[in-house]
Design a protein around this ligand. Structure first.
Ligand code: ATR
Length: 264
């Protein structure tokens, strides 16, 4: 039986096992996908398990997406350019780090039918998933990417990787077509970003990386302002789908059951 893991800290709330095990079962694959809470000191030993073929693949989540990099033999172009890894696999006896958050984000936007070409984007936050979002948006040829983060230094670190982004002071809301909440504010039902969106109206696109709760206060504001809204559910599903495809060589279907699994 093949073994797969998602590692992070915290990890209790991860829905990756539910998603992967559903697809493993529906495709008749002899495998199991589990979650494991780890500390940084365990990374090396876990990666060695992939080399020994004791573990067949690992998903990596907060806070290890960047700090895992020095322990890996090889990075995909996507992982290298974002300095962010969420999927590990063995290729030619080398442990490869790849990033499927990029394709997850890109697919979610494509499914929403919103045309991002030449649009101005404001990203709130500078955490683990933001390099992937910027990489995807550049690939999709938006006209401008603005980033605003409460802790300015973290936004400045992003600018070292992505020279074309513009940094915005936290609290300022410049003009945008698309606004993305990539902060963790909203994970609790009554969380509020405390930003002034009063001048925002019309044809704007509000995207929240959070999918649980399915409608954060941020998305409620977007809806009330007459904008289009999307939560992070499709991004989560499609990053998992891409990892599944790498490990099993199968593109699983995204059906209603999958959507329901994540509504828990
Ligand atoms: P990490 O920063 O470890 O990668 P993350 O969940 O990916 O974790 O990122 C959390 C993001 O939410 C960060 O951008 C964080 O801002 P700081 O860099 O200033 O910490 C942001 N965030 C969390 N709580 C916030 C709050 N109350 N107000 C504004 N931003 C907040």
């Amino acid at each position: 039986m093949k073994k797969f893991l998602v590692i992070g800290n915290p990890i209790e709330h991860s829905l990756s096992p539910a998603l992967h095990n559903y697809w493993i079962k529906s495709n008749g694959i002899d495998a199991i996908y589990e979650k494991q809470k780890i500390v940084e000191g365990e990374l090396e030993q876990l990666i060695a398990q992939i080399k020994k073929k004791k573990i067949d693949g690992i998903n990596v989540t907060v806070p290890f997406k960047k700090i895992i990099i020095p322990f890996l033999d090889e990075l995909s172009v996507e992982a290298k350019n974002t300095q962010s890894v969420n999927t590990l696999y063995l290729k030619d006896n080398k442990v490869v780090g790849h990033n499927t958050d990029i394709i997850g984000f890109e697919t979610s936007i494509n499914k929403s039918k919103y045309d991002v070409f030449n649009k101005e984007v404001l990203i709130l936050g500078a955490g683990g998933v933001v390099p992937s979002i910027i990489f995807a948006l550049n690939k999709m040829k938006v006209s401008k990417i603005k980033v605003s983060n409460r802790t300015k230094e973290k936004a400045e670190d992003l600018k070292k990787i992505f020279k074309n982004i513009e940094l915005i002071e936290w609290g300022e809301i410049p003009n945008f077509d698309i606004i993305i909440n990539a902060t963790s504010v909203g994970l609790k039902e009554d969380d509020n970003l405390k930003l002034d969106f009063s001048l925002i109206y019309g044809n704007k696109f509000f995207y929240d990386v959070i999918y649980n709760p399915s409608e954060t206060n941020f998305l409620k504001i977007g809806k009330n302002a007459g904008g289009q809204t999307l939560n992070g559910k499709l991004m989560f599903i499609y990053q998992a789908l891409s990892a599944f495809n790498i490990w099993h060589g199968i593109k699983p279907t995204v059906d209603e059951n999958i959507i329901k699994l994540l509504d828990k």
